[in-house]
Write a protein that binds this ligand. Sequence first.
Ligand SMILES: [Zn+2]
Length: 487
Amino acid sequence: MTDLRALSLFNTLTRRVEPVAPLVPGEITIYNCGPTIYNYVHIGNLRTFLFQDLLRRTFEAAGYRVRSCMNLTDVDDKIIRDSQKDLPAGAENDARLRTMRAFTDTYEQAFLEDMDALRVVRPTVMPRATDYLAQMIGLIETLERRGLAYRRDGSVYFRVGDLPNYGCLSRIDRSGMQPGASVDADEYDRESASDFVLWKGTRDGEPWWDSPWGRGRPGWHIECSAMALDVFGPRLDIHTGGVDLVFPHHENEIAQSEGALGRAWVNYWVHGEFLMVEGEKMSKSLGNFFTLRDLVAKGFDPIAFRFAIQSNHYRKLYNFSFDGLRAARTTLDRLRTFRGRMEEEPGVPREGAPRSAVDPRSRVAQAREEFWRAMADDLNTPEALAAILTLVTDINARDDDRPLTRGERDEVVALLDEADRIFAAWPRQAHETPDAEIEALILARRQAKAARNWAEADRLRDELKAMGIVLEDRKDGTVRWKRLISS
Ligand SMILES: [Zn+2]
């Protein structure tokens, strides 16, 4: 295993950049608030998921073992509203649950396709909320036993009361909170801070589950506490989400989890900033609302979008524009072209006295140090990329002047690979051999076998194997072949 690199992150709890000290040395546990799967996620949501991917990949590239969880919220106010609207008023509960599941299945699939297109590494576990009803009910029962929950009209609420810790994350002003006032909605603003719902008694036209409090369904906030506690146990290194989740969602998660545990739960709360579109808040009514599918339909590569997002610091407001996306693509092309050049064999030196004094090996070592210094400092991707891009300029000039040796080129490529474990935007290109060339080698092998020249036939098989081609000899004497995907 490589040596661990120390990393620092901005912790919303303390409002400071802090060195990350994992609970278990060399290991990091991360819980990511995932999507509510009720439509195609927009590019603002995608920015959050790309930030979570950046975090995970950076820890892995820095030598840590990462266990990550991203939940899928498959029951909440919006999902019920949108999934149930076409059902008749008297529909049976089974039909309501089935319809909701089919509705969320569709958008889960779409979400996973977007994640794959953006090369987001799949989290270690991706639990769906409705598979955790028993854990949610158990957690609410614990809160009741501890005097932190109360029943009213078939629902159960969390008693914020004079809980000393409430507001530790969002730093809300509690002076306006009315004792006993409660809110049923999953999402609400700071001004409505009050007791919040844990279990909602069923209403007409909604799917429900049985519980000790009668028929109903969980509130949104209890879902994440229950899943995070079930997956990771009582201690967690890092909890993430978009900044819009700080209040009320994460504040309420802390109240629930720490209320049930009776002690501190998460060490680092890390939040990704919003995205604006051409200087304005994204909204359907302004016509500036985009999904990844919209960008692809306009001819953009999802990886150019990934690169545009990752080029910006995750805690800075990002102003998305199509000009910015085109500029990102140009920079990406430059990196990929450079990589191609370094993979090729050295060219011919320029005539006359050398002009570049760059020593490739020490220049690569310097860029690596700058890259990691930036990434370790709260994932400063703009500076990390600047380190790589100035390396490109210097090495190109040196290679024009006195071509790098094969060994020096390999060192440059090794750094590009190391950085690409995080950026996932300039991987080694699969040099595909044309089909005709493969067919010709297969034919030559058949002729060698017909001539009982087994050594030559085996040599040809090995040559094909080295090209990533596997052969399957069939009983009728024909040969099938397929490529192994190397990237
Ligand atoms: Zn959550």
